[in-house]
Design a protein around this ligand. Structure first.
Ligand SMILES: Nc1nc2c(ncn2[C@@H]2O[C@H](COP(=O)(O)OP(=O)(O)OP(=O)(O)O)[C@@H](O)[C@H]2O)c(=O)[nH]1
Ligand SMILES: [Mg+2]
Length: 244
């Protein structure tokens, strides 16, 4: 099966080269699509240089920063057009360990339509994250679980693999979220379509290099959207048809 890793980048100059090398060594057969939003620190140029050296890497240069959701919408659209069977999404700051990609892909091979690298299942966790980030993520996911009941323990994890037919079917291009609510939106759509969503444990490490792009705007967007979806599900008595 042909697979591609889609990695959005913004100001990841120190991470991009080691990241691309680590991905190549973990999954040598996989292609990579870097989606860079004209990072002021020159991440896009470094990515181009590494791509020329290693091959099997494309770099999409976008004009400016328009958010994680927007970067994934365009990256997924390209990956779907290019006919890959499996599409992997991940951060490039080493919070997601490239060596775990094979675990995600193996779960798709075993029959899952989508697989989430989860911090909140047995064997998963976070390392070095400040307490406020831990609380936000843990309770954010509990809130999602309470309102949407999707049966997935980590709906905001960006480390995932999708079977392309499932991803195409839920039409990611028609989503609207700018920040990581985009990730929750995709799980919600997959569950509502009855797709089989697996979770494999991951250890999420805080970034060692570069700076966080998390903002209060993104957190508020996520809370508002989850609340809106929860109310809408309640009104329409909509619950996922089939979730593992
Ligand atoms: N292209 C693009 N990439 C982005 C954007 N915002 C964040 N990213 C990248 O998306 C990945 C995940 O970003 P986030 O989880 O939102 O934020 P982060 O900067 O990793 O912050 P931490 O969670 O604190 O590590 C990283 O590889 C970022 O460089 C954006 O607006 N455009
Ligand atoms: Mg990060």
């Amino acid at each position: 099966m042909r697979s591609v890793i889609v990695a959005p980048t913004y100001n990841e100059r120190e991470n991009i080269e080691p990241f691309l090398r680590a991905v190549r060594s973990a999954v040598p057969e996989a292609d990579v699509l870097v989606v860079d939003d004209n990072s002021p620190d020159g991440t896009g140029d470094v990515a181009d240089q590494v791509a020329a050296e290693l091959g099997q890497i494309k770099v999409l240069h976008r004009p400016g920063k328009t958010g994680l959701g927007s970067a994934y919408r365009q990256g997924f659209s390209i990956a779907l057009d290019e006919g890959y069977d499996i599409i992997v999404s991940m951060d490039c700051d080493f919070s997601h360990d490239p060596r775990a990609i094979t675990d995600l892909v193996a779960a798709i091979d075993r029959g899952d339509d989508a697989v989430v690298g989860s911090r909140y299942v047995a064997g998963g966790g976070t390392v070095d994250w400040p307490v406020h980030r831990r609380l936000l993520s843990r309770w954010g996911n509990r809130y999602v679980g309470m309102l949407l009941g999707l049966g997935v323990h980590d709906c905001t994890s960006g480390f995932r693999a999708y079977r392309s037919v499932a991803l195409r079917d839920i039409d990611p291009m028609s989503t609207t979220a700018e920040g990581y609510a985009f990730l929750t939106e995709l799980v919600r759509r997959l569950a509502n379509h009855g797709y089989r969503i697996g979770e494999v444990p991951i250890i999420f490490r805080d970034r060692e290099r570069g700076t966080s792009k998390m903002s209060s705007r993104i957190i508020i967007e996520s809370m508002l959207l989850v609340t809106r979806w929860g109310i809408s599900d309640l009104i329409h008595r909509r619950r996922p048809r089939r979730v593992r």
